[in-house]
Design a protein around this ligand. Structure first.
Ligand code: PHE
Length: 355
């Protein structure tokens, strides 16, 4: 599976992750002023118990499915969220930790199968209302500290949410470019977890760091964090100045975009009897995404059309591929070569019948 090529000992040390490392310095500063300890986490390969069972995920929770999660074997997987380390951190009482996390996903500007999350816990022996009030104040001041100089006073709202491992769960949204954007989730640590570890009540929260960093620097494409292009990296060279809030950050200036080139590919999916070829059965669209992600100049993959072929009794899928390189215009011939190679991979690795 192609994800294995990408699992590195330290994804955060990749050249393109420079803006993220800067942001982490600001986060460390904020947290240290609140006497939060930074917890150290190990390998991304964790047990299913750590990632799901100990956090009270129901057996049929969609997050557990093979099309969303990278399983290593029958006992282990690549962690899908930083919360899998919460149990190890509880004895620290006030702690945060940052790690690389993995989810199978589509190919577009806002998704990449490796990303980073920060989680935190804050134990205070207080009634529920006060725990929640404390969490809200803490997280609102965190968001304001991070973004207010760059985005101006940020409008925020709390909305009800569900996580298996917290109650009174909430999500914090911010108003950004005419819409509400979900930024982080939190809640009171579930009583069963409190009891199992014999701890005081407290709150926990989690946030995706790439999304936050994209807001801070106006970065439009999450895949730029994997770039080795100087035109990206050079833009984050200024000094990190720690203070009461993160100073206004210079917005990232996207480099000139080349003309996109569109191509369609079609294939049969032998998944007879399924209502919908994408959702279920032996075929998994994310297997196709996993193969196609290896092609750097492929910007987006969209399912264009799906129909049931009555004679063949098979589904036919048509994908619309958008090709665009960051630094050069692609010739039709080059793109055709890529297409042929992709088709070969899809036949060899997934046994698909191309049209
Ligand atoms: N782990 C949750 C997620 O990935 C976020 C979260 C962490 C929510 C801790 C509540 C408490 O979305």
């Amino acid at each position: 599976m192609s994800i294995w090529k990408r699992v590195l000992p330290q994804p955060l040390s990749q050249p393109g992750h420079l803006p993220l490392r800067r942001m982490v310095q600001y986060i460390d500063h904020f947290m240290s002023q609140r006497e939060m300890h930074r917890g150290i986490v190990g390998s991304p390969k964790v047990t299913i118990a750590q990632n799901f069972d100990n956090l009270l995920f129901p057996k049929d929770h969609p997050g557990r499915s093979k099309s969303d999660t990278y399983y290593c074997d029958s006992r282990t997987l690549l962690r899908t969220h930083a919360t899998c380390h919460q149990n190890e951190m509880l004895s620290l009482k006030k702690a945060y930790w940052i790690c690389d996390t993995y989810r199978r996903d589509e190919i577009d500007r806002t998704h990449y199968p490796i990303f980073h999350q920060m989680d935190a816990i804050y134990l205070i022996n207080k009634p529920d209302e006060e725990v929640i009030a404390h969490m809200k104040a803490f997280l609102e001041s965190f968001v304001s500290y991070m973004l207010k100089e760059t985005l101006g006073q940020v409008e925020m709202r709390w909305v009800d949410a569900y996580f298996p491992f917290t109650y009174n769960s909430l999500e914090l949204e911010i108003f950004y470019r005419d819409q509400w954007l979900e930024l982080l989730g939190g809640g009171i640590i579930h009583q069963d977890i409190q009891k199992r570890h014999d701890i005081q009540p407290g709150w926990a929260f989690g946030i995706g760091l790439e999304r936050l960093c994209m807001l801070l620097y106006n970065i439009q494409d999450i895949r730029l964090f994997w770039s080795r292009d100087d035109r990206f990296i050079k833009q984050f060279s200024g000094e990190v100045q720690l203070g009461d809030s993160v100073p206004k950050q210079m917005p990232f200036v996207p480099f000139s975009r080349m003309q996109p080139c569109y191509k369609d590919i079609s294939f049969f999916v032998d998944d007879s009897g399924q209502e919908n070829p994408i959702d279920a059965g032996r075929f998994d669209m994310n297997d196709v995404h996993d193969i196609l992600r290896d092609y750097e100049d492929l910007e987006e993959v969209k399912v264009q059309d799906a129909f049931y072929h009555p004679k063949k009794q098979k589904w036919s899928l048509c994908l619309r591929l958008t090709f665009r390189a960051w630094d050069r215009t692609l010739e039709n011939e080059q793109v055709m070569q890529l297409i042929n190679d992709m088709k070969k991979q899809m036949v060899d690795q997934l046994g698909l019948e191309m049209r």
